[in-house]
Design a protein around this ligand. Sequence first.
Ligand SMILES: Cc1ncc(COP(=O)(O)O)c(C=O)c1O
Length: 348
Amino acid sequence: MRIVDLRSDTVTLPSPAMREAMYRAELGDDVYGEDPTVNRLEELSAERLGMEAALFVVSGTMGNLVALLTHCGRGDEAIMGSESHTLYYEQGGVSALGGAIIRSVPNLPNGMLDPEDVQNAVRDPANVHYPRTALICMENTHNRCGGAVLSPAQMATIRAVALRNNVPVHLDGARIFNAAVALGIPASEIAAQVDTVQFCLSKGLAAPVGSMVCGSAAFIKAARRTRKVVGGGMRQAGVIAAAGIVALEQMVDRLADDHANARVLAEGLANMPWFDVDMASVQSNIVRFGVRAAKAPLPQIAQALAAQGVKINPTSAVHFRAVTHYGLDRADIDAALSTFSKVMTELA
Ligand SMILES: Cc1ncc(COP(=O)(O)O)c(C=O)c1O
């Protein structure tokens, strides 16, 4: 049975060109700065984001952690959205390991923060009672807001608050290239609104492992030290960096196919009587949709779908999230829609 895995774009497998590049990669000890393939990936990443320098890390979680630990000292505060991945799914790493505080402001349904909320959350540096506001974070595309895309103009409104208060901005850009492709602009135009970015090679771009932290040369120099203390100094990491280079060179433009497939999936689901889909929210490769008065709880529906070859995760008691990605084509989406219809007819 062919499996249509809609759980995440992290399930993507490396392309044949990636496997070939990994096999042929020139290697060295990257902790000594001597792995030419890692060095090339870091240069390419910085260039694509229009930033001075970049650092190869193991995962998106490590990328955000390294960036936040580098920005924030003990007792400092980082402002971020209430639905942000860093707040929800990264174990509060900057607090647990770095003694910094996370202060959340409500995420709007479109993935944005209200600039007024952010301004109100920034601490008065003259008041000795307060922690120091050391960072403001955004996320683009926004995972828990259904893959919402933030435009540079939207991001500029938060940037303005940050500049007014002399606070740097970090972007969790795990899917920044999805945002760039959806907007039809280079990723550097998005990155221009922030000081540092974390982006993932291992999601829609289909590399097997890795993320990049990008920023100024001075910031990346400091982040390199932080990476070492969290155990992220890798040795012959060019083996995996080689796939990351292919990801950036060959896998960005095709994200448009994933976005088109997500739309087809969303339209198909919206036409079925059991689901609520807000089509305006389908902006990239994520489809978050509600289930109306199902007779079965969502985990049971997910189990029935999996038994018929469609894998999907609930994100709440009444919502599913489906993610399109490399390895799924239009025929897979059509097959998944038929399976949804069949399973829901039986269950709902
Ligand atoms: C927005 C966002 N940030 C960070 C991460 C963490 O990435 P990783 O799973 O590589 O740690 C994810 C993973 O899904 C994500 O969606």
